[in-house]
Design a protein around this ligand. Sequence first.
Ligand code: NAD
Length: 359
Amino acid sequence: MKGDTLGPSYVIQMYNPKHDVWAVTVIDNIGRGPGKGGIRMTGTVGVEEVSRLARAMTLKCAMADLPFGGAKSGIMVDPKTISKEAKREIVVWFGEQLRMYAPKYYISAPDINMAEEEMRWFVEGHGDPKAITGKPKDLGGLPHELGSTGFGVAHSAKMALEFKGIPVQGATIAIEGYGNVGVFAHKFLEEMGAKIVAVSDSRGGVYDPQGLKHAELSKTKETKGTVTAHDKGEKIEGKKIFELDVDVLIPAALPDVINYSNVENVKAKIIVEGANISIVPDLVEPLHTRGVLIIPDFVANAGGVISSYAEHMGYDEKKMFELVREKIEKSVNAMLERSKATGQILRQAAEAIALERLA
Ligand code: NAD
């Protein structure tokens, strides 16, 4: 966009005639290092969506103080409409297309409908494992399946609780979404002594004031496909999760879930945004004025990209988790201090820090 000094540096559009599929990579900013960002494969992804996500990655990497810029890729096809072999061919082709740019200007990763196996296909096409993270272990990878993002979300919640003077031991938590982020946020917060009283997925929610155990609930989700099939606690409507009287609410699924229809009923003292843009932007300030402490998405969910950096550096799992904890703690502290000093809401304080690092 004219007047936007951050980027994008490159917008690369690609066409695969065999499969009649378009793809785009937006390398938003390379001031601090190669642009980092995953590949999403959906029927609806387009240049605008990819550009916005690439900018979010620029801010996220700067806030986590990583030597990466921001980027994102989109492959415009709904994978449910093609065969596995066609998907493989498309991802191999996509890896080939990016030889010119990756890993010098771009380092890729998984995103929606892309996981470990697809990262292997990308390497097959591209040739250099350094061009991508989230790879299988045998290719030198640290898969997202280790739970680095949920681990960072759990640490953000712990710090927010400490800041509010609420003991982590016994603090009550509600989690929307029980995928990669939600499941691991549950696991690590339970290990810290917090009590996860409610969890939801696309089919509804489950509530138990005594606390839901990670080992039991994750097994229910795995074997029965939904947390609503759990044999403990009370079934609740999914949307009720946002209105529970808990210490911490963790949205970990969809965007804009805290919106004009429910904001008045939000009772949580803290919101930790596991998912991206879970609060309608205009409502962040009123919630802050009401005293709700909100840890913004690009601070709270940076664990995944920090893990990508650890993989890029060849660190092992243990060192990766240490790095996620250290970087998340630094970011949250810097943001809280800046907000205290300037009176800015936390998101603005974090954005100001990220933009200074990018200047
Ligand atoms: P995932 O696909 O593993 O899980 C998503 C979960 O959301 C599933 O349990 C699904 O049932 C649930 N869900 C879908 N519709 C729902 C609804 N209406 N109500 C409640 N739950 C619903 O996804 P993920 O990797 O856990 O990512 C979750 C969010 O976090 C996404 O917005 C993603 O972009 C963001 N994020 C993820 C990572 C990561 O490393 N996984 C990193 C940064 C940001």
